[in-house]
Design a protein around this ligand. Structure first.
Ligand SMILES: Nc1ncnc2c1ncn2[C@@H]1O[C@H](COP(=O)(O)OP(=O)(O)OP(=O)(O)O)[C@@H](O)[C@H]1O
Length: 352
């Protein structure tokens, strides 16, 4: 499924009312949105396409619109202006939204808070049963989903989900979404609040879903996680598309990212400082291991100056570590038609 955002703006102030008035009246109303004193936009003129099979990371400072964006992906909320389409069909149409809802698995932050059934089995089976599938198919899906998230159905299927550990509860909640067999998995901060080991396990699990061909959209505050997993990264700032491109493209401009309250992943920031210090580091995107390998090669090649180079490297490492997040001043822009001529894509060709 190809999901496209076409010039989407969304205001929590009046968004639902606009929906009730219907599309024609909504269009008429759009003209005076710009003059409404309370028209605070959560999304502004967002255009992008989620390509089938890709892993799209979504980054942005608190309040930049990430959660609002992903709630548009299964028709949970509808644009105040613009439209969202799935393979060309408008999610504002009721029947399209209800079809797409079963194809898009939306996993909210702390999904374990939404567990509700008496048994793990019933919780995971809730979605498929809601789809009116027969019990044999429901059972097949529950078994497969539990296996996918690494839980033993025979051991815990009849237990209350509330008796499980936090990490297991989150896996059960994931299984409930996977049992719907979505084409697109949308994850809002999926590893927030997990201990480091569970965190790594979960990220590996998500990477496996993607490797199996699932399209994944993942919101995260961790630039390292986004760099490691994403094919492309979308950066939102104050509801607008600030950057959209490969991790290497997006993280190349660390200064711009800092201006919208984001840091580059530590290995990127470190590599950038090393380049400033005169090291010739060829790769665009580093992780810790590849940076260590290239740095060691450089140091070995310039052995007479190795001590000096090591000192520069240590200094740059300290600088990268202490790089903080910059605060971003928030501005209101209440115009629907041309909300963001200046700021949408600052770092080259990042708009998709
Ligand atoms: N239910 C709501 N009613 C009114 N305004 C809202 C509502 N939810 C979000 N907002 C506002 O919309 C803007 C975007 O919020 P959103 O939650 O989408 O941002 P976010 O990037 O997901 O933030 P975070 O990283 O903190 O989750 C913010 O200004 C926020 O205050």
């Amino acid at each position: 499924m190809r999901l496209a955002f076409e010039a989407v703006s969304y205001s929590y102030v009046g968004g639902d009312a606009a929906k009730k008035r219907g599309r024609k009246k909504q269009r008429e109303r759009q003209a005076d949105w710009g003059n409404a004193p309370d028209a605070l936009w959560a999304l502004r003129d967002v255009s992008l396409t989620v390509e089938p099979g890709e892993f799209l990371g979504v980054a942005g400072h608190t309040g930049s619109g990430k959660s609002t964006l992903i709630q548009h992906m299964n028709g949970l909320v509808h644009p105040t202006c613009g439209r969202v389409t799935a393979d060309g069909a408008d999610l504002a149409e009721k029947e399209v939204a209800s079809r797409v809802r079963s194809q898009v698995g939306l996993v909210f932050q702390y999904p374990e808070n939404q567990l509700f059934a008496n048994t793990v089995y019933d919780d995971v089976a809730f979605g498929p049963r809601n789809m009116k599938l027969d019990e044999a198919e429901v059972d097949r899906r529950v078994r497969e989903a539990m296996e996918l998230v690494g839980l033993d159905l025979d051991a815990i299927g009849e237990r209350s989900p509330f008796d499980l550990s936090g990490g297991q509860q989150r896996r059960v909640a994931f299984a409930g979404v996977l049992a719907m067999e979505p084409e697109l998995l949308v994850l809002d901060e999926p590893v927030a609040g997990l201990d480091p080991l569970s965190r790594a396990d979960f990220l590996a699990l998500i990477a496996r879903f993607h490797a199996r061909g699932m399209t994944v959209v993942m919101v995260s505050h961790s630039m390292e996680d986004l760099a490691a997993l994403s094919d492309r990264i979308l950066v939102l700032s104050e509801g607008r598309v600030f950057a959209l491109g490969t991790p290497a493209q997006v993280f190349a401009d660390a200064a711009s990212l800092k201006a919208v309250g984001l840091g580059a992943p530590a290995p990127q920031a470190f590599a950038s400082s090393l380049r400033d210090a005169g090291f010739s580091l060829p790769r665009e995107l580093y992780d810790e291991t590849s940076l260590a390998v290239d740095l060691a090669a450089q140091l070995a090649a310039s052995a007479p100056n190795a001590d000096g180079a090591a000192a520069v490297a240590a200094e740059a490492a300290a600088e990268a570590e202490s790089a903080g997040e910059a605060e971003t001043a928030s501005t209101e822009d209440a115009s629907c038609g041309a909300p963001n001529a200046d700021a949408s894509t600052r770092a080259g060709d990042r708009r998709g």
